[in-house]
Design a protein around this ligand. Structure first.
Ligand SMILES: Nc1nc2c(c(=O)[nH]1)N[C@H]1C(S)=C(S)[C@@H](COP(=O)(O)O)O[C@H]1N2
Ligand SMILES: [Mo]
Length: 246
């Protein structure tokens, strides 16, 4: 990757030149950092790099061991049971141009390619996906812990909610505790294979602690916020429950 020469497809066309330069410079630094930091020691590098006041609450959540939900053995996977459930079909996403943006209440906004995501520590889990429409499936998901991404983005002391925006227009909001749970993944694999487009490629949420409608597919932007907005989620705004814990 050569971040200096890579155009950012997510650059806001409204940005003026004074905004553009620092942003480009940031991308260069972020790209270089992502390629050179040994991510086996992500926690240490994040702790070592805390030069700015970090949200104590978020920091303690990130480094506090939280109770994991028991996982299933690989043999329990039900490969045919995960029903594609998309309110508006599958959006077309150019995997090469794709970037995940992380912004809002963070000290270090990020713009990550699929390769950047794959360079981060990989985690997988076999859990049950539960849809309120009355079906469930045991699935193996693989990807990056959301808490690792949030740690790199250095949340500000106001971050309490996390919004997820998807390429099909879907949107969701989560409480930060659930978002930083160790089994909340930004997944790019399902049952050991790269995600296919209908299941949310290149990146989707996966978690054993939230109902299916909280698990956004095709996530392009993660925004940390201090408050919930009037809009809370595609289904929530049509009267579904917001917390939606399992
Ligand atoms: N972007 C987006 N994410 C979404 C949806 C959607 O329509 N759009 N549907 C949700 C619902 S209701 C469920 S049950 C799961 C289904 O995931 P699957 O299609 O991979 O089985 O995706 C969730 N995430
Ligand atoms: Mo669902």
């Amino acid at each position: 990757m050569s971040p200096q020469n890579t155009p950012d497809p997510n650059l806001d066309p409204d940005l003026d030149d004074t905004d553009l330069l620092p942003r480009r410079r940031f991308l260069t630094l972020a790209g270089a950092g992502l390629l050179t930091i040994g991510f086996g020691s992500l926690a240490e590098s994040v702790v070592g790099g805390l030069s700015e006041p970090l949200n104590q609450q978020v920091e303690s959540l990130i480094f506090k061991p939280q109770q994991p939900v028991p996982e299933f053995p690989i043999s329990a996977i039900e490969p045919d049971k995960l029903i594609v459930n998309s309110f508006r079909g599958t959006p077309a996403i150019d995997q090469l141009a794709y970037r995940l943006t992380i912004d809002g209440e963070v000290n270090q906004p990020l713009s990550l390619s699929t390769q950047d995501l794959k360079d981060l520590p990989f985690v997988d889990m076999v859990i049950r996906h539960v849809c309120v429409e009355g079906w469930a499936a045991i699935v193996q998901w693989g990807g990056v812990r959301l808490r690792d991404l949030v740690a790199i983005a250095k949340p500000s002391n106001k971050a309490k909610y996390v919004y997820f925006y998807s390429a099909d227009g879907y949107y969701e909001s989560w409480d930060i505790d659930s978002a930083l749970h160790p089994q909340t993944l930004m997944a790019y694999q399902k049952n050991g294979q790269d995600l296919t487009p209908e299941y949310g490629a290149p990146l989707r949420l996966a978690s054993p602690i939230k109902l299916g409608y909280k698990l956004s597919k095709w996530v392009t932007r993660i925004e940390l916020r201090s408050e919930l907005g009037q809009k809370r989620g595609y289904w929530e705004d049509l009267s579904y429950e917001w917390y939606a814990g399992i």
